[in-house]
Design a protein around this ligand. Structure first.
Ligand code: ATP
Ligand code: MG
Length: 231
């Protein structure tokens, strides 16, 4: 069965994982999210937050337990399908050497320029795009050299918008950006959250306020799981 359209439910069922046989990075992580819910994921550095996110995109498979999206085991769909329904905005922006268009679409030629320009406009990048001599054909260096941190972050939002996922994972950067950029990221986040299930690895207070639920990890274990109001 294909993953359904619209917001996805998420179930992690006693998921365990370790890198290279080291001690458990995630131990029996168990939680459920309803379609459209926003989960704030908190925990100290090294507690396993980004690892949990990577498992949802199947960068790795769990050593134990299973992960379900709207009742479908994530090992069922093809990787390409899974990653078009689950989008992630990461801390380190993974841009490659190539045009802006290719960076945003991963060479999917069915995505037309009008749509890309529309999404960039929604994210407040219209002026920026117009300032580039070659527009969408402008080449980026790997790692996004030549872009400001804010622009690079907004481009990674654009990438996720273009696939219109039913689950969005936001691995928020902990470093602070300038206030104007912060505000643009805030707005982008608000748009991205609408009508989608979200997991936000949160560093900012504003983000936590937005969450319906908070999950706290400590050394790969869930130590708190509750409605925000109760914590
Ligand atoms: P931060 O808040 O700093 O981003 P995090 O909660 O996202 O931390 P993870 O990146 O998930 O933490 O890391 C969890 C643990 O797994 C850490 O001990 C880390 O050193 C280890 N780890 C992360 N990535 C790898 C990897 N690719 N290979 C081996 N160990 C890793
Ligand atoms: Mg992390």
């Amino acid at each position: 069965a294909p993953l359904p359209a619209g917001p996805l439910s998420v179930a992690m069922e006693r998921v365990s994982f370790s890198y290279e046989g080291e001690q458990a990075t995630l131990a029996e992580v168990d939680f459920r999210l309803q379609p459209g819910q926003v989960l704030g994921l908190l925990g100290r550095t090294g507690s396993g937050k980004s690892t949990l996110a990577r498992l949802l995109l199947r960068f790795y498979d769990p050593a134990g337990g299973r992960i379900m999206l709207s009742g479908i085991d994530i090992r069922q769909p093809k990787l390409r399908e899974l990653r078009s329904r689950v989008g992630m905005v990461t801390q380190t922006i993974e841009l490659f050497q190539g045009t802006i268009r290719d960076n945003l679409t991963f060479f999917d030629e069915s995505v037309d320029d009008e749509r890309i320009i529309g999404v960039l406009g929604e994210l407040g990048l219209r002026e920026w795009l117009l300032s580039l001599p070659q527009g969408l054909d402008t080449r980026l260096d790997s790692g996004g050299g030549g872009l400001s941190a804010g622009e690079a972050q907004l481009l990674s939002f654009a990438r996720v918008f273009l696939t219109d996922p039913g689950l969005v994972i936001l691995d928020e950067a902990s470093s602070r950006l300038d206030p104007a950029t912060e505000q643009r990221i805030e707005q982008a986040m608000n748009k991205l959250l609408q009508g989608r299930t979200c997991i936000i690895i949160a560093h900012r207070l504003a983000t936590i306020e937005r969450a319906d639920r908070i999950l706290v990890l400590e050394q790969g274990r869930v130590v708190e799981d509750g409605e925000r109001a109760r914590l």
